[in-house]
Design a protein around this ligand. Structure first.
Ligand code: FAD
Length: 402
């Protein structure tokens, strides 16, 4: 039972997007926070990230949107084209009549650095290069033990330690693990693509013989961001290093013969990263009285949801609000779960649907193309297809009580 007055100090395991957003929001609420992160601050890993309007809304709630806007660019439209350039389908980035704004695209390491700098400016403490090896989630003082033998204690512990979360395992000893979907997403970036990528406001998917190649130009550097998705029956090992040359060779083979920008851009890409797709929709126990999990530790949405980073931001800001407004951590965690459970489970389901659509067989794909054509003539004349409205329509009212 909680006998303290207020939550004064929060310990966060994991300084990815969720942990950093939480730190930023906790400092905005005046709560002290220490983030323990195994990677060094300047690891520079990561490729491109799409931040949907709900993620931008979460940043706006804590006055952190402007630096992100300054380093990103808006996405107005996504389209699918045949190699000859004719358009198969398109959708708008977001409903232009809504107030929620457009999705933003940027380098992942830049997003991570911008949020960390803001959090530090507001007084958050980061301990980089510190691996958490154990977590006390049921004791009166929440604590983590680090690989160097030291401990960090706080009033509460938050596990923002990603899809393979150690803290999730402590809260749910027999709980579920993320399910591998049998697909893999490959992200790349070419600073000098050697050809003309689609303009920054357009994310264009070139449908090739063996896979799609989605690309856009970075409005700031002129480089080309791209990604694709593959069937991948054999899992990558968690600790497999990202071997750029091998991935480039694999991608060159995949797009060989396609009369699109793909072969040229792949050949010139200096950064290529591969991630196996996973999904985790339902974790039975989100928290104890002293510890809780957020971000990918709590819900893993496949990349097709385009919501991993945005949901991590929502989680961080909402949990800070709950800790600000409830004296008892257990009550704050219960409020967080009430606010979040239905939404995160629905977003993961949306991502799973998107992943299976991207890997439909040839017949299903032809039927889908026919449906798209029919819609173009019948429906789109009246109303253009919009982005995923309900998932984007999420607003955090920071001033109101959680
Ligand atoms: C290095 C990196 C690069 C990424 N690049 C992209 C990208 O280019 N595009 C994209 O869409 N998504 C990317 N992602 C994934 C994306 O950030 C997440 O899916 C989403 O934002 C959820 O964020 P998260 O903070 O919950 O989890 P994560 O981003 O996975 O962050 C978890 C953090 O916890 C740390 N951690 C884990 N275990 C421990 C431990 N025991 N002790 C201390 N620290 C620990 C990890 O080092 C990591 O920094 C990347 C993630 C990482 C970690």
């Amino acid at each position: 039972m909680w006998l303290g007055d207020v939550v004064e100090h929060v310990v966060v395991s994991g300084g990815g997007i969720a942990g950093t957003a939480l730190a930023l929001a906790l400092r905005t609420a005046g709560i002290a926070v220490t983030v323990v992160e195994s990677r060094p601050a300047d690891h520079g890993e990561g490729a491109v990230v799409r931040l949907n309007p709900n993620g931008m809304d979460a940043l706006r709630a804590v006055g952190a949107h402007q630096p992100v806007i300054a380093r990103s660019f808006p996405l107005v439209r996504t389209e699918r084209v045949r190699p000859d350039g004719s358009r198969l389908g398109y959708s708008l980035g977001a409903d232009p009549s809504s107030q929620r704004g457009l999705p933003r695209v940027m380098h992942w390491p830049v997003l991570s650095a911008v949020l960390r700098e803001l959090a530090i400016e507001r007084g958050a403490v980061f301990r980089h290069g510190s691996r958490v090896v154990d977590a006390e989630v049921d004791t009166p003082t929440a604590a983590v033990s680090l690989a160097d033998g030291s401990r960090v204690e706080g009033d509460v512990l938050v596990g923002a330690d990603g899809a393979n979360s150690l803290v999730r395992g402590r809260i749910n000893p027999d709980g579920p693990e993320p399910e591998r979907l049998g697909t893999r997403t490959i992200y790349g970036y070419a600073a000098e693509p050697g050809c003309e990528p689609p303009p920054p406001e357009v994310l264009r998917s070139y449908m090739g013989a063996r896979g799609f190649f989605a690309a856009t130009r970075d409005a700031h550097s002129g480089g080309c961001f791209w990604f694709t998705s593959l069937h991948a029956p054999n899992p990558r090992r968690r600790d497999d290093p990202q071997r750029t040359d091998e991935l480039r060779a694999e991608m060159s083979e995949l797009f060989a013969g396609d009369d699109t920008i793909a072969p040229e851009v792949v050949a010139r890409s200096e950064r290529i990263l591969a991630f196996d797709d996973h999904a985790l929709a339902h974790v039975p126990r989100w928290h104890t009285d002293r510890a809780i999990i957020i971000g990918d530790a709590l819900h893993v949405a496949p990349p097709a949801s385009e919501q991993g980073a945005a949901m991590a931001l929502e989680d961080g800001v909402q949990l800070a609000r709950c800790l600000r407004d409830h004296v008892d951590p257990a009550a704050a965690f219960a409020a967080f779960e009430r606010l979040r459970r239905d939404r995160v489970e629905a977003v993961v389901a949306l991502g799973r649907m998107g992943t299976s659509r991207a890997h439909q067989n040839a017949l299903a794909r032809r039927l889908r193309n026919l449906r798209t054509k029919a819609k173009r003539y019948v429906e789109w004349q009246r109303k253009p297809p919009m982005g995923r409205g309900w998932a984007y329509d999420h607003h955090i009212d920071w001033e109101s009580r959680a």
